[in-house]
Design a protein around this ligand. Structure first.
Ligand code: ATP
Ligand code: MG
Ligand code: MG
Ligand code: MG
Length: 439
């Protein structure tokens, strides 16, 4: 992409309404624009990152054997009356009436809708196990929408639902989700720690939240510092292997890590004092096993091996895709701007032409631009007729991992400058060597 032809409305001023770095930087970098309280338009740069996160989530869910689909944002109130949650959900649910006077709602989550799909089409235990998921916009009329996309009212979420014959199978689905989430967050350059949590209005006994440690996080968390040494890495996982998934769960959940809702000071205090941590975290996902909480009232049964009907064991599993954009920035920025992890960066590298209109500089930039594209990379070429200082500031703000700076002086010696956004280190080298180095 050439910057002169792109739409990147960066702001010079720091917007007064933004209280935390990610919100400030997303507005300044032209990633989002507020449409109304807690509702945002995703401008091209923000949309690019959102799509990258969505793709990572899809890839990891499919790898775990889960099946993608798409349910609507608007739902009929009838299903929620069946489960008993229409009244229980309260004012966070946006209720709408259509022209036929039917009660509708903008889905805050999809347990009812998916259970209805399941009971309509699945009749036998032979069709299990089954895990379906979608990535779709949700609406919750949050009492205090704030921090930009971190606590929006409309937000983008992956929600998956497992249907199993037995509790044991459903717990395997739970473990598969835990493992796939560990991989997902690591690919995004994040450490998200599974912590024992409270199930809230979804209901159920077994649940973990995934938290990214950050001072601006809304949850208070208590953990054993040893847990931050755990890495999932690139280990091979066979998601069908129950014992292997269970072992990962045990590895990542055996140390103390809880949110304030489930915190138990007596147990916490048994950890050696130097390992006890009290901090803040951003909830970027949650997994639940809730048994027959929805299948019982909604009649989601299958015929078991003995011919008798059995209510299926279910769980639901969410990832806050749009919140993650903010969480990644909270975890990775400096006073100049965002620092994108390689796996989610909107462009792989920026090319800065120090003297637009100079024949040699222009030609060298064009060559770099084509060479990066030929490598399958997505470069952003700042080809505007602007001062170098302004171009550097924009590149630092939008946080691409690499910047290649091209000017007549360097070209006389056959070199360009390659700068890492994360370390700030610059190196002069031949243009081909710079292309070579960018992954
Ligand atoms: P929170 O405690 O932050 O209100 P939640 O526990 O109500 O979140 P879940 O029902 O567990 O949310 O939904 C799954 C994921 O969706 C959350 O882990 C979070 O990452 C994301 N999410 C929830 N509410 C919002 C919101 N208002 N804005 C953006 N993302 C959200
Ligand atoms: Mg909530
Ligand atoms: Mg929560
Ligand atoms: Mg939650």
């Amino acid at each position: 992409m050439r910057l002169s032809k792109y739409f990147l409305p960066v702001l010079k001023e720091t917007p007064a309404e933004a209280q935390i770095a990610s919100h400030r930087l997303m507005l300044r970098a032209g990633m989002i624009k507020q449409a109304s309280a807690g509702i945002y338009s995703w401008l091209p740069l923000g949309f690019k990152v959102l799509r990258k996160l969505e793709n990572i989530v899809h890839e990891e869910q499919v790898r775990a054997g889960h099946i993608p689909m798409l349910m609507p944002t608007l739902q009929s109130a009838d299903l929620w009356r069946e489960s008993g949650r229409y009244d229980a959900y309260g004012p966070e649910m946006l209720r709408i009436r259509d022209r036929q006077d039917r009660d509708m709602l903008y889905g805050p989550t999809n347990e009812e809708l998916i259970t209805d799909i399941f009971r309509s089409h699945v009749g036998s235990y032979r069709d299990l196990p089954l895990t379906l998921y979608h990535i779709q916009w949700k609406f919750r009329d949050e009492i205090r929408p704030r921090f930009g996309v971190m606590r929006g009212r409309e937000f983008f979420m992956k929600d998956g639902y497992n249907f199993d014959l037995t509790k044991e199978d459903a717990l395997h689905a739970y473990n598969r989700h835990l493992v796939s989430y560990l991989r997902t967050y690591e690919r995004m350059g994040l450490q998200a720690i599974p912590m024992r949590a409270d199930s809230g209005p979804i209901g159920g006994d077994d649940t973990h939240e995934f938290l990214v440690l950050a001072e601006t996080g809304e949850s208070e968390v208590f953990y054993d510092s040893e847990i931050t040494d755990l890495k999932f890495g690139d280990r091979e996982i066979d998601y069908a292997d129950k014992a292997q998934c269970q072992a990962v769960l045990e590895e990542f959940t055996s140390r103390y890590a809880r949110t304030d809702e489930t915190h138990d000071a007596a147990i916490f205090n048994q950890i050696p004092e130097e390992r006890r941590r009290v901090a803040r975290g951003i909830e970027v996902g949650q997994i639940f096993y809730f048994g027959t909480k929805y299948s019982d009232p909604m009649g989601a049964t299958v015929q078991g091996p003995d011919g008798k009907p059995v209510a299926v064991h279910m769980g639901s599993h969410g990832i806050g895709v749009s919140r993650l954009v903010g969480a990644i920035i909270e975890a990775s920025h400096d006073d100049k701007g965002i620092i994108w992890p390689e796996g989610v960066t909107p462009f792989h590298a920026g090319i800065v032409n120090l003297k637009q209109g100079d024949g040699e500089a222009d030609a060298a930039c064009e060559k770099l631009y084509s060479a990066l594209k030929a490598k399958g990379l997505d470069p952003l070429y700042d080809d505007r007729d602007e001062r170098a200082g302004g171009k550097f500031a924009t590149m630092d703000l939008i946080g691409l991992p690499w910047r290649i700076t091209v000017g007549p002086r360097g070209l006389k010696n056959g070199v360009v400058e390659l700068t890492s956004r994360r370390t700030g280190e610059s190196e002069e080298m031949a243009p081909e060597a710079a292309v070579e180095k960018i992954a």
